[in-house]
Design a protein around this ligand. Structure first.
Ligand code: GDP
Length: 415
């Protein structure tokens, strides 16, 4: 049965994962779906092996992460993972995907560091001020060097990395991370389990000095980016974990810095804290002021659509894909208003009316038919005849042609 989806936008994260080829984008995405698949299939799957089998089967059937947007849930948050092409040949496609996501995770190979394709995509993301986090992957590999990778983020990306974790152990002995916000150690000594897969421990004594040094650096970098932290920092006041997290979120949303985490996706170390950080630090659709468009016959007449169900419908077709079972699907990001299955919309680029066929939300293990979907969501639409990538769909009585999103997000009140 088709359902209506107008989720509280605060809990939605539309994210892309960007990486140089081979850095581990696929593995990281698979692990995310692995953990979020567990929460999605509550009661049906009882151990990790079963989940992996299930994923393999689904892959054989050709669904899973090949879809242009995959919806999953993590701790009461809906994460839509938008596929971002890793290859530089797809520059136009990368730009299009950057327009429909609200935040992004860049995955780095801990040995190779910052590689050319990442530099290219990073520059494109700079153009739209997309809030970004970094995940230094493959720390289990011989020659992996977390700190060199962070230095390269400064040198090659001209970014401001905010180191939130330090590796514990290296290469084959990579054990876990020091969490510099909570000042604790997260370690993965045992098997991958359901639920929280790491144990929380004291920071190892031999890392105490390094942890203190990097905690200080974290606060300094944060103070430079955030006035509320600067004030407390100058007065020598302690900041609570909640205050630090809120400041990291503000500074990330304003594209002033990039939180950096690390691990090894391949060995299931670090992916759960990465998901937690996505939820904590990357924006929701309502953190974006709105999308800027213009009138159909007048490019100078600006029209802004706010991310609200109460606005007239507007959406961007960002990818056309062919599904073995459903035929041609047009992936649409809804920016405002409500998109209804069976409804009529205007394609404001062609000037023609289009009828919306069935609407689907794609999960890694199933596709869900949806009757209507609200602002901020990303769905696959069947039945559109004349719509191409980059076209705007909108309410017939409220035509608009969408251009780009207005970043940075509005300044959030400091408590
Ligand atoms: P993508 O091209 O960025 O999607 O990279 P993949 O996820 O396909 O990974 C490329 C290769 O690196 C594969 O052989 C993975 O198994 C391997 N890999 C991914 N993550 C890790 C990791 O954390 N450690 C190690 N040692 N290998 C990894």
């Amino acid at each position: 049965m088709a359902v209506d989806i107008t989720t509280d936008l605060k809990v939605v994260r539309n994210i892309g994962i960007m990486a140089h080829i081979d850095a581990g984008k696929t593995t990281t995405t698979e692990r995310i779906l692995f953990y979020t698949g567990i929460s999605y299939k509550i009661g049906e799957v009882h151990d990790g092996a079963a989940v992996m089998d299930w994923m393999e089967q689904e892959q054989e059937r050709g669904i899973t992460i090949t879809s242009a947007a995959t919806t999953c849930w993590w701790k009461d948050h809906q994460i839509n993972i938008i596929d971002t092409p890793g290859h530089v040949d797809f520059t136009a496609e990368v730009e299009r995907s950057l327009r429909v996501l609200d935040g992004s995770v860049a995955v780095f190979d801990g040995v190779a560091g910052v590689e050319p394709q990442t530099m290219t995509v990073w520059r494109q993301a700079n153009k739209y001020s997309v809030p970004r986090m970094c995940f230094v992957n493959k720390l289990d590999r011989t020659g992996a060097d977390f700190f060199r990778c962070v230095d390269m983020m400064v040198e090659r990306l001209n970014s401001t990395p905010l180191v939130l974790q330090l590796p514990i152990g290296a290469e084959g002995d990579f054990l876990g991370v020091v969490d510099l916000v909570g000042m604790r150690a997260l370690t993965w000594r045992g098997e991958t389990t359901m639920g929280e897969d790491y144990s929380v421990e004291e920071i190892p004594a031999e890392l105490a000095d390094q942890a203190a040094e990097y905690r200080e650096k974290l606060l300094e970098t944060l103070a430079d980016a955030d006035d509320a932290v600067m004030e407390k920092y100058l007065e020598g006041e302690e900041l609570s974990v909640e205050e630090i997290e809120a400041a990291i979120r503000r500074a990330t949303l304003a594209d002033k810095l990039n939180p950096v985490l690390c691990g090894t996706a391949f060995k299931n170390k670090g992916v759960q804290p990465l998901l937690d950080a996505v939820v904590k630090y990357l924006p929701s659709p309502i953190d974006v002021e709105g999308i800027v468009g213009h009138a159909v016959n007048d490019e100078d007449e600006e029209i802004i659509r706010k991310p609200s169900d109460d606005e007239p419908f507007s959406g961007l077709a960002y990818k056309i894909a062919s599904d073995p079972h459903l035929g041609q699907l047009v992936y649409v990001r809804v920016y405002s208003g409500i998109l209804e299955s069976g409804g009529n919309v205007l394609n404001s680029v062609t000037g023609r009316k289009e009828r919306i066929g069935k609407v689907y939300q794609m999960h890694s293990n199933k596709r869900e038919e949806i009757a209507s979907v609200g602002a901020g969501q990303i769905v696959a639409v069947q039945g559109l005849k004349d719509t191409k990538t980059g076209h705007t769909l909108c309410a017939q009585n409220a035509p608009v042609i969408l251009e780009s999103m207005t970043f940075p997000a509005p300044v959030i009140e400091v408590a």
